[in-house]
Design a protein around this ligand. Structure first.
Ligand code: ADP
Ligand code: ZN
Ligand code: ZN
Length: 690
């Protein structure tokens, strides 16, 4: 009987051989008995081979070939092979975890039963997956947001140049589309995609966005623009049935536009002709669980493999991408003007050393807010810290509210009058007095969104004409219920809210037409963070928040309360000069030998004690052979050294040569798998947080 070499969803790095009577093409999905109890697993056939490295007598037989799913193409398998090799994660896990859950799980139960009965056909089982209906479900964008139908716009000259350059691209051509919020990047994506589909009816375009639920307007626009084609969505918020339908529609080549979050980069898109990565700098393109990958970086690899153009769009590109554009590895397309009539907002700093704050607000800010409210405009207050106050503390002794399980303080929440840890699920009642010294006068230190919401409600109860002011808070706490975020945003869009207070949840995507003043509170902490990417992230975040102001006005303003108004970050922000700040950052990185001037890999370990975690990493570092191309740092506790009673430590490895670093990692990771240590570890290639 012929032998099939199969990738299975197990943490073991090897492939597995099975016997199969049928002629099965590589890329086919099969159900096979595996492990204890011969539980049925779904795997991907990689190869047909004549001889097995395993004992022939012990080879098991494939239970079923899943004919309902057409074989996955070689290009998809190559993508998985690359991802597995580059991120040093077992191929089977990479492949199988990239398939919709219903293909790999729900039917294994059905198939196990089928296998046991030995007669029920797999087609039956596959039908039970809910895959029978390939009709594309209407995308569920909130229709409260945009009433006018989206039409193709006449491009302004910069946009026209960008679209023309993308249309003219032949073969692998990476573009960086750099333009501030509202400069018309989306219109460029849509017209470039339309051109690809006009040239080739069977072509497919993959559009990646950071978070679909935060950008319903983009979804609506795409859906309206491409209503004649089929558009499918792929993200983790879909029901398993819907996800399977979308995935199969992309896999069958039927979907012209595949719009998705980071997980969509691993979808099978056989006629892929153009990739677009919107907000390419966004941290959510990094997968931080299971196998750790960057969807943006895989998108670049995929475009290269298929010899197609790729557009990375951002107002604040990642420094890596910017550097590639400076070096002409990526072609830079720039949109300098806001599209339409609106001018960009004026950005100003309020020096809180001069203008003292009361309850977190300076008088200058209060006056500016009041003027906007009296003019019946909306105001956005941005504060990236939820809860009431980040810590409770005692003024007499050194007591602070600390999480018993984590290296973090317990945050005071007034909504449920409890203390919450934001890292683990720990909660406790608010003590009446200091648990250490009995002092009844313990104080809430610092400010979160709940506390600011409270001071706003007292500060701005009414307008000059006596009419009432409505304050709304949007953060992870206020919109826990499904659908409540959409409803909250809809209220803002309908103009029912006068002051919106929010965390980074409000900074993305939304086109708030009535907001002409954005105020930023308490952003300074990131200026002094130990993480070398903190400044880059803060700049991107503040530019994004600033982009919420004045999408439909000429007199919009962004006010930033800070103790450090002359910091280069704020200086560049005021001038809205990303390039200036990027130059500062590139100089810093270059002199410190940090990415993109070097390459990094981190091995992270978690254990019950810090000693055990560090000991594991020390042992691991000794397994790395002497290599002059590598800098192997000493293992250290992570910044947040304990979460949920697990101690966390890390080992940073750096190199100027990506290929030498990769070459060293391959045998090393194999040795780590051999260790069979009980310590949990993960490898992070090109880590974001160091
Ligand atoms: P970005 O994606 O860069 O934030 P968008 O593509 O969403 O920008 O454009 C911002 C606004 O400007 C949208 O309301 C869009 O309809 C409008 N717009 C974009 N391009 C044009 C154009 N060429 N003419 C008129 N309006 C435009
Ligand atoms: Zn005390
Ligand atoms: Zn905790």
């Amino acid at each position: 009987m012929p032998i099939l070499r199969i990738a299975l969803d197990t943490p073991l790095p090897q492939l597995f051989d099975y016997l199969c009577e049928e002629v099965v093409a590589p890329g086919s999905l099969v159900a096979v008995p595996f492990g204890r109890g011969d539980k049925i697993h779904v795997g991907v056939v990689l190869d047909r081979v004549d001889t097995s490295t395993q004992d022939l007598a012990k080879l098991k037989i494939v239970a079923q070939v899943i004919y309902d799913c057409p074989p996955l193409m070689a290009s998809w398998r190559d993508l998985c092979q690359f991802a597995s090799a580059y991120y040093h994660h077992p191929l089977g896990e990479v492949m199988v975890s990239s398939l919709p859950k219903n293909l790999r799980d729900a039917n294994t139960a059905a198939l196990t039963r089928a296998h046991q009965k030995n007669n029920a056909s797999v087609t039956e089982a596959a039908k039970k997956l809910g895959a029978k209906n390939l009709a594309v479900k209407k995308l569920n964008a909130s229709d409260t947001e945009i009433s006018e139908i989206d039409t193709t716009l006449t491009l302004h000259p910069e946009q026209a140049l960008a679209v023309a350059a993308i249309n003219a691209a032949q073969g692998y051509t990476p573009f960086l589309l750099h333009g501030i919020t509202g400069s018309g990047k989306t219109e460029v994506y849509l017209q470039a995609a339309a051109a690809v589909l006009a040239r080739n009816q069977s072509a497919q375009v993959l559009i990646l966005v950071p978070e679909i639920n935060l950008t319903p307007q983009l979804l609506t626009r795409i859906e309206q623009r491409f209503h004649a084609h089929s558009v499918v969505c792929l993200h983790s918020g879909l029901s398993e049935g819907a996800r399977l339908r979308s995935w199969l529609h992309a896999h069958s080549g039927g979907a012209s536009i595949v719009l998705g979050t980071r997980l969509a980069i691993m979808a099978s898109v056989p006629n892929l002709a153009l990739i677009i990565v919107d907000e390419e700098h966004d941290a959510s393109y990094k997968q931080q669980e299971g196998w750790h990958y960057s969807a943006r970086d895989l998108a670049i690899w995929r475009a290269h493999q298929l010899a197609i153009p790729i557009v990375l769009g951002s107002a604040t590109p990642s420094i890596e991408t910017w550097y590639a554009a400076q070096n002409k590895r990526y072609q830079l397309l720039t949109l300098n003007q806001r599209a339409g009539d609106a001018k960009p907002p004026q950005i100003r700093c309020i020096d809180t050393g001069v203008h003292k704050t009361i309850d977190g607000l300076s008088q200058v800010l209060i006056t500016a807010v009041r003027e906007r409210l009296n003019a019946r405009e909306q105001v956005l207050l941005f504060l990236n810290r939820r809860g009431y106050a980040p810590v409770l503390s005692c003024g007499l002794c050194a007591w602070v509210s600390e999480c018993p399980n984590c290296n973090a303080t317990l945050v005071l929440h007034t909504a449920d009058k409890r203390l919450h840890c934001h890292l683990c699920a720990a909660q406790s009642p608010i003590p009446r007095a200091c648990p250490t010294c009995g002092n009844p006068d313990i104080a809430a230190l610092g400010r979160g969104t709940q506390r600011i919401e409270e001071s706003l409600a007292t500060q701005f109860a009414t307008r000059a004409d006596g009419s009432a002011i409505t304050v709304l808070r949007i953060d992870a706490d206020s919109v826990r219920k499904k659908g409540s975020a959409e409803e909250a945003f809809a209220k803002v869009h309908r103009g029912e809210i006068d002051i919106l207070v929010g965390t980074q949840m409000v900074s993305k995507g939304h086109d708030f037409r009535g907001i002409n003043l954005v105020a930023v509170l308490n952003a300074d902490a990131a200026l002094f963070s130990g993480d070398f990417r903190a400044g880059e992230r803060l700049f991107a975040q503040l530019m994004q928040v600033a982009g919420r102001a004045g999408r439909a006005s000429d007199t919009s303003e962004v006010l930033i309360q800070t103790r450090y108004p002359s910091h280069p970050l704020y200086d560049a922000l005021i001038k809205q000069d990303y390039a200036a700040y990027a130059t500062v950052l590139l100089e810093e990185r270059s002199s410190a030998g940090l990415p993109p001037f070097s390459h990094q890999v981190i091995l992270r370990a978690q254990a019950r004690t810090m000693e055990a975690a560090l000991e594991f990493l020390t042992y691991a570092s000794e397994l790395l052979s002497e290599n002059p191309a590598l800098v192997i740092n000493s293992p250290i506790p992570m910044n947040v050294a304990k979460i949920a009673n697990l101690c966390r430590a890390q080992l940073l490895i750096e190199s100027n040569s990506r290929s030498q670093l990769q070459n060293a990692l391959t045998p090393w990771v194999a040795a780590l798998y051999q260790m069979k240590s009980r310590i949990r570890w993960q490898l992070e290639v090109d880590p974001h947080d160091v």
